[in-house]
Design a protein around this ligand. Structure first.
Ligand code: T4K
Length: 369
């Protein structure tokens, strides 16, 4: 007779679980790589993935890179951003650290506490003669106030890079959200809806910038013996592309499963007095990438998190702390972002999350509150 307690035989549940496609299919691609000997440097699988993704997303100029952080860094370089760049304090660290890494100064504008996105009305106040760009994030795939941001950028002649790391296959006013701004960037990290283990992409509006981007991600090499402009190594390799091709085949199924999970959470939590859910921009579709809940206080969040963890369920505090409080980014307080950061918790969300485990999560959250 087993003497295990319930929590000892339950497997842990993490905030996400990377999607793994059919193993044989992936191995077939790997065999192709072994036969061709083409491992990296814009090989046939990267080219195939680039074409298929551009078609799937409905975008014209898509460039694959090795991760979403490099996608941002390359975007800033291509657009010649200098000095100050206005961005959001409520994001994953990569949005701001990539700016600091490039020697740029992130200037924070506070967020809208319901959408979790940068508040477009706060941007104009932060513009100085040193401002060269705006880097908003479509947080958890929810569209920013695109029309207002574009209008401000146009009036002050600023470049816009949308960090669209979470916004795979989101439509805004009928077209893909990635078509807005000068450049949008994606992350294809293993934890994302669509992934290539590590990976990312730039979606570039202007043809000349796109041509420059191709060589910028390859050390600035434009051809045999021709190097023009400073470049970096940001290339995706064939093994990453192989994973991307396999996941892309299954993306409809992945999104459908996530939608069901999202709806179940939404029904359980929306309208509850103690819990706030993200307000979705009416002009955009959803990709069901995350399910964040906002609690009344940090104490309440800690109680909920501990209850889940006692049951081997590991939600994540995306995003905590607010980026304006990080030592090397230190800047004036951002009331809304700091308050949200202390109270927001992302619950487990992935395509294979089963209904029984999800109902358990919902029950534990409600009981802890
Ligand atoms: N901009 C934004 C707005 C972003 O959110 C991100 C990345 C970027 C830019 C930069 O893109 P990349 O350079 O990463 O392409 C994760 C991801 O690493 C990161 O990509 C993502 N955003 C961020 C929101 O989340 P962590 O540190 O929370 O990941 P980790 O390793 O703790 O994984 C979370 C859970 O997933 C684990 O508890 C277990 C599970 N897991 C994870 C991995 C990697 C697995 O089961 N297997 C795995 O292989 O950052």
């Amino acid at each position: 007779m087993s003497t295990l307690k319930e929590e000892e035989y339950i497997s842990p549940i993490y905030v996400t679980k990377p999607y793994l496609p059919n193993e044989e299919k992936y191995k077939d691609y790997i065999s192709k790589i072994f036969r061709s000997g083409h491992l990296t440097n814009h090989g046939p699988l990267v080219r195939e993935l680039e074409e298929r993704l551009a078609e799937f997303l409905g975008v014209n100029r898509l460039l694959l890179v090795s991760n979403g952080t490099l996608a941002l860094q390359v975007a800033y370089k291509l657009l010649g951003l200098r000095d100050e760049v206005i961005t959001t304090p409520f994001s994953f660290i990569a949005t701001s650290s990539s700016l600091a890494w490039q020697g740029l100064t992130p200037v924070f504008a506070d967020i809208d506490e319901r959408s979790f996105n940068i508040n477009a009305n706060e941007i104009e106040d932060k513009i100085t003669e040193r401002t060269t760009g705006i880097v908003p994030v479509h947080v958890f795939g929810n569209a920013c106030e695109i029309a207002k941001i574009e209008e401000i950028a146009k009036r002050y002649k600023l470049k816009v890079v949308y960090d669209a790391a979470h916004a795979f296959d989101v439509k805004y006013k009928g077209q893909n959200i990635l078509n807005y701004g000068d450049i949008s960037t994606l992350s294809f990290h293993a934890t994302k809806i669509f992934h290539s283990i590590e990976g990312g992409a730039l979606i570039i509006n202007d043809e000349e910038t796109y041509r420059r981007a191709r060589s910028t991600i390859d050390f600035g090499i434009q051809g045999p013996d021709v190097i023009q402009g400073i470049g970096i190594n940001a290339k995706m390799n064939e093994f990453q592309a192989a994973m991307g091709l396999c996941v892309l085949d299954d993306i409809k199924k992945i999104m459908k499963n996530r939608k069901d999970i999202y709806k179940r959470y939404h029904e359980a939590f929306a309208g509850q007095e103690e819990i706030q859910v993200q307000r979705i921009n009416q002009d955009c579709s959803q990709n069901y990438s995350y399910f964040p809940i906002v609690l009344r206080s940090e104490e309440c969040l800690i109680r909920v998190k501990q209850s889940l963890e006692q049951n081997k369920i590991f939600p994540r505090r995306y995003f905590h702390p607010s980026l304006n409080t990080i030592d090397y980014l230190k800047s004036p307080s951002m009331d809304k972002s700091e308050s949200l950061s202390k109270r927001i918790l992302c619950l487990p969300m992935y395509d294979s999350f089963n209904i029984f485990d999800q109902l358990r999560v919902i029950r534990i959250v409600k009981e802890a509150i």
